[in-house]
Design a protein around this ligand. Structure first.
Ligand code: RAM
Length: 738
C-alpha cells in the first residue's frame, strides 16, 4: 500500500514502550511470512525518536524520525518500502526508541518532558501478498523489550553507549527474545496521544557530509582536541582500538579556550557529552539519538601513552535532506568565506525545524530568526517541503487571539505577537510564494493570517499597540530602535504583503481591505515617527525599515535616505543594526541608490562587520557582533552562539543585488536583473536553481567598465547603468561602460 493510499486517519496500532531511564531500549517482534510477498511497507512513528530495524539491519538512513512537532496536536508517520527485505518464514521487526524532543531536555529553561514522559513507539508493517491479500503486523502487547547498550540518549545532553551491553543478533530471526520484558501499551483514545497522526510532510534529516579531522592537539596530558576545520551540526564518529571497559568521553565545542581545551561555557546547561565504553578490538561508533553543534571534539579517556590517529574522529554532518540550489563566488576570498559561513549556518540550523542555534540549551524554532533569514534560505536550497511542515508547526502554535508565537513548535514558556517575530506568519508564506510561485503556501493559512492581522491592526495589542512587547532590534550594536516603531513598520509591511497575496489567491475583498489597511498603517507610522518630513528615530534600523518596506514617499523618503547615509557616515560606514535591521540595511541602501555603501558594509573588516568574524576564524555566522573580539575575548556567555544565521540575512542582498538575480514575478517566471557593479570587486559570479531552471549571472571588471554574462531560463528585464533591455531566455552578454 503506498503512502498516498494511506491517510492515517485511523491508526489502529498500539503505542508501546519499555520504561528505562534516559536511554534507548530495544523493542522487537517476531512474525512469520507464509506466502509470496509482492510489496511490504512499514509506517512508523514515535512520541520520541526512533530507529527502525528489520531482520538485522536498519530500515533507512534517516535520523531522528519522526521529527519535532507539538506532539499534543500532531505527530508524523514515516513510511518505508521494505518489499525486498522480507524473507519467507521467520522475520523480525524491531526499533530503538529514545526521548528526543518529546521527553528529553530542550529549550533554555532546563525543561524536560514538556510534551510527555518516556518515549512511545508505534508502527505497522503492511504485507501485500502475490494473491492480492493483505496482512498487517502491528505494535501490540506481544512485542518484547530489553535494555541495550544505550543507557542515555538526549538531544542536549548527549549519548552514552556501553558496547559491552550490545545484544548480538537481537533483531534477527534466529534470536530468542522470549525472555525479554513485556512492553507497556497505550491505546487509541488515551489522552497522552496526539490529536492527529499524519504522513510526514517535510524532508527527513540525513547525513549530508563527512568532515575528517584536520588536526589534533594535546592541550593537557591525555586530553586530545580534534579540529574538523568547520563549525558543523551532527555527531562525531569515533574509531578506536582500546582495551574492553575503557570509557571514552567526547566533549563538543565551537571554539577553544586559551589553553587549547574545548570552550563549552556557551552551551549553558546542554552537556553535549557522548560516552563510549569499549568492548575491545577495533570499534567504530557514532551516536544515533543526539546531535551537537561543534567544530572541535575533545577526546578523553584514551589509555595512557596513546597517540591517537587523525581518523579517531570524523564529523558526520546532519541536516534536513534539502537540495542545495545556490552558488556564489567573487574576487574576494573573504567574501567567499562569508558566503560559505552563511551556508554552514543554514545547514546547521535547518534540522527538521528552522532553529536559532544548534549547540546550547535552546535550539528552538524562533520565528523572528526564521522570517529574517527565509529569503536567503530560498536561495540556498529548495526549502518547499521543509516549510510546508514548519508552517503547520507555526499555525499549531498560533495563540487563540491570532498572535503568532515567538517559537514554533510551541513549547509553552515563550510569548507571542512580538513585533518582527510574530510577523513570520505573514512574511514566510509571502516569501515562499514569491520564491516558488505556489499559492499553497498561502491558501491553507489565509483565515489564520487574517486573524493575526485583525489582532495587530487594533490599538490595543501586544505587537504594536501601547502594550507592545518585542525583542526590539535584537542584539543591535548600541543603537536602540523603539519597539513601537518596529511594530508599526511591520504592520504596514504585512498589510501590503497581505494585499498582494489576496490578489494572488483571488480574494478581491481582502485585497481591497488590506490595501487600505497598508495605507492607514503607513499614515500611522508617519504620524507617529515624523516631525515634518524628518524621521524622529534616526537609527540605521529605523531608516532601513522605512525605506526597504516602502513606507515613505516624496520628501519623507528623500530625507530618510539622507538620514540613513548620515547615520552610516557618523559610524564611519559601519553598521549598528541588530537582528531586525541587518537584513534590510543593504537592500535599503541599494533602493536608495547607494549600492556603494552596501558594498562598503560588506567589505568592512573592522568591528562590527561580517568580515571581522571571517578574519577571526569564523566558519559560521555568530550570534552577536561581539561574540568574540580581539579586545574583549568571548562575549556574554549567557547567550553566545557561534552558529546563529540571523546576521547571515545579507545573503539575500548578495544574490539579488550584488549578483543581480531577483524574481520579477512569483516563482521566477520572469526576472529583473539589476546587478550592483562596483570597482571594489573584480568579478561576481552566482547561480540559482530556481523552479524554472538554472539562472546564472556573472560580471567582471574590464579596462573600460564591466562585462556581464547572463543565462536565464525565462524572460528578463535587465537594468544596467547604461540602459534597460528586455531579453528572452538564453545566454546574453552585456558590455557596460564605466
Ligand atoms: C535568543 C534566541 C533567538 C532570538 C531570541 C529573541 O534567545 O537565540 O535568536 O530570536 O533570543
Amino acid at each position: 500500500m503506498s503512502l498516498k493510499e494511506r491517510s492515517f486517519e485511523k491508526w489502529e496500532n498500539d503505542w508501546i514502550r519499555l520504561r528505562w531511564g534516559d536511554g534507548a531500549p530495544l523493542l522487537r517482534m517476531d512474525f512469520d511470512v507464509c506466502g509470496a510477498v509482492r510489496a511490504a511497507t512499514i509506517h512508523a512513528t514515535a512520541l520520541g525518536v526512533f530507529e527502525l530495524r528489520l531482520n538485522g539491519d536498519s530500515v533507512d538512513d534517516i535520523h531522528l524520525p519522526p521529527g519535532w512537532t507539538d506532539y499534543r496536536k500532531r505527530v508524523y508517520v514515516h513510511s518505508f518500502d521494505v518489499s525486498d527485505r522480507i524473507v519467507p518464514g521467520k522475520n523480525v521487526l524491531g526499533a530503538l526508541v529514545a526521548p528526543g524532543w518529546f521527553a528529553g531536555f530542550f529549550g533554555p529553561f532546563g525543561d524536560r518532558g514538556y510534551y510527555g514522559h518516556d518515549a512511545w513507539f508505534s508502527c505497522e508493517l503492511v504485507l501485500e501478498y502475490e494473491d492480492g491479500t493483505f496482512e498487517t503486523i502491528r505494535t501490540s502487547p506481544e512485542w518484547k523489550g530489553a535494555l541495550g547498550p544505550i543507557s542515555q540518549a538526549d538531544l542536549l545532553m548527549g549519548e552514552t553507549y556501553d558496547s559491552r551491553k550490545e545484544i548480538s543478533g537481537w533483531d534477527t530471526p534466529d534470536f530468542d527474545g522470549s525472555k525479554w520484558k513485556p512492553v507497556s501499551v497505550l491505546r487509541e483514545g488515551d489522552e497522552r496521544l496526539p490529536e492527529s497522526i499524519e504522513p510526514y510532510p517535510g524532508e527527513p534529516i540525513r547525513t549530508i557530509a563527512e568532515l575528517p579531522a584536520q588536526s589534533v592537539s594535546e592541550p593537557s596530558p591525555g586530553v586530545f582536541v580534534f579540529d574538523l576545520g568547520q563549525n558543523m551540526v551532527g555527531v562525531a564518529r569515533l574509531k578506536i582500538d582500546v582495551p574492553a571497559g575503557t570509557e571514552i568521553v567526547l566533549r563538543h565545542g565551537e571554539m577553544l579556550n586559551d589553553d587549547g581545551s574545548v570552550y563549552t561555557e556557551n552551551l549553558r546547561s546542554a552537556k553535549a557529552i557522548d560516552r563510549y565504553i569499549a568492548s575491545g578490538g577495533e570499534e567504530i561508533w557514532q551516536p544515533r539519538f543526539t546531535f551537537h553543534g561543534f567544530r572541535y571534539v575533545q577526546v578523553e579517556g584514551l589509555p595512557a601513552g596513546c597517540d591517537p590517529a587523525l581518523d579517531t574522529i570524523c564529523g558526520v554532518v546532519w541536516m534536513s535532506g534539502l537540495k542545495e540550489t545556490a552558488s556564489f563566488e567573487c574576487s574576494s576570498e573573504k567574501v567567499n568565506r562569508l558566503f560559505s559561513n552563511i551556508q554552514w549556518g543554514f545547514r546547521g540550523n535547518y534540522l527538521d525545524v528552522p532553529t536559532d542555534c544548534p549547540q546550547r540549551d535552546e535550539r528552538l524554532g524562533w520565528t523572528g530568526d526564521t522570517q529574517m533569514f527565509i529569503r536567503s534560505a530560498t536561495y540556498l536550497a529548495d526549502v518547499q517541503s521543509f516549510f510546508k511542515k514548519w508552517l503547520v508547526d507555526l499555525h499549531d502554535a498560533q495563540h487563540p487571539d491570532g498572535g503568532y508565537p515567538d517559537v514554533a513548535p510551541f513549547m509553552g514558556r515563550l510569548g507571542y505577537a512580538s513585533a518582527a517575530w510574530a510577523d513570520a506568519g505573514i512574511i514566510c508564506p509571502y516569501v515562499l510564494w514569491q520564491a516558488y510561485g505556489d499559492t499553497e503556501f498561502i491558501r491553507p493559512w489565509w483565515s489564520q493570517m487574517k486573524n493575526f492581522m485583525a489582532l495587530i491592526c487594533t490599538d490595543e495589542n501586544r505587537h504594536n499597540g501601547p502594550n507592545a512587547q518585542s525583542f526590539g532590534d535584537w542584539l543591535h550594536f548600541n543603537s536602540e530602535t523603539p519597539t513601537r516603531l518596529i511594530g508599526l513598520a511591520y504592520r504596514a509591511y504585512d498589510a501590503r504583503l497581505m494585499s498582494e497575496m489576496a490578489a494572488a489567491i483571488g480574494e478581491e475583498n481582502d485585497r481591497i481591505f488590506f490595501e487600505a489597511e497598508a495605507e492607514k498603517s503607513r499614515d500611522l507610522f508617519r504620524c507617529e515617527f515624523f516631525q515634518g518630513s524628518e524621521i524622529a528615530v534616526k537609527t540605521q534600523t529605523a531608516c532601513a525599515l522605512a525605506i526597504a518596506m516602502d513606507l515613505l514617499d516624496g520628501e519623507d523618503l528623500e530625507k530618510t535616505k539622507d538620514c540613513l547615509f548620515q547615520g552610516l557616515e557618523e559610524h564611519n560606514v559601519y553598521l549598528t543594526t541588530g537582528f531586525v535591521g541587518t537584513g534590510y540595511l543593504c537592500p535599503a541602501l541599494t533602493k536608495a541608490g547607494r549600492c556603494d555603501l552596501a558594498v562598503q558594509l560588506l567589505l568592512n573588516e573592522g568591528h562590527p562587520s561580517w568580515l571581522y568574524e571571517v578574519n577571526n576564524g569564523a566558519t559560521t555566522i555568530w550570534e552577536r557582533w561581539n561574540s568574540w573580539t580581539e579586545e574583549g575575548g568571548f562575549g556574554d556567555v549567557g547567550m553566545n552562539s557561534f552558529n546563529h544565521y540571523a546576521f547571515g540575512a545579507v545573503c539575500e542582498w548578495m544574490f539579488e543585488s550584488l549578483a543581480g538575480i531577483r524574481p520579477a514575478s512569483p516563482g521566477f517566471q520572469t526576472l529583473e536583473i539589476v546587478p550592483c557593479f562596483t570597482d571594489r570587486l573584480d568579478y561576481v559570479k552566482a547561480s540559482y536553481d530556481s523552479v524554472q531552471g538554472r539562472i546564472s549571472n556573472q560580471w567582471k571588471k574590464t579596462s573600460s567598465g564591466w562585462t556581464m554574462e547572463l543565462e536565464t531560463p525565462v524572460p528578463a528585464t535587465v537594468i544596467l547603468p547604461n540602459g534597460t533591455s528586455q531579453v528572452e531566455k538564453g545566454r546574453h552578454i552585456f558590455e557596460v561602460p564605466a
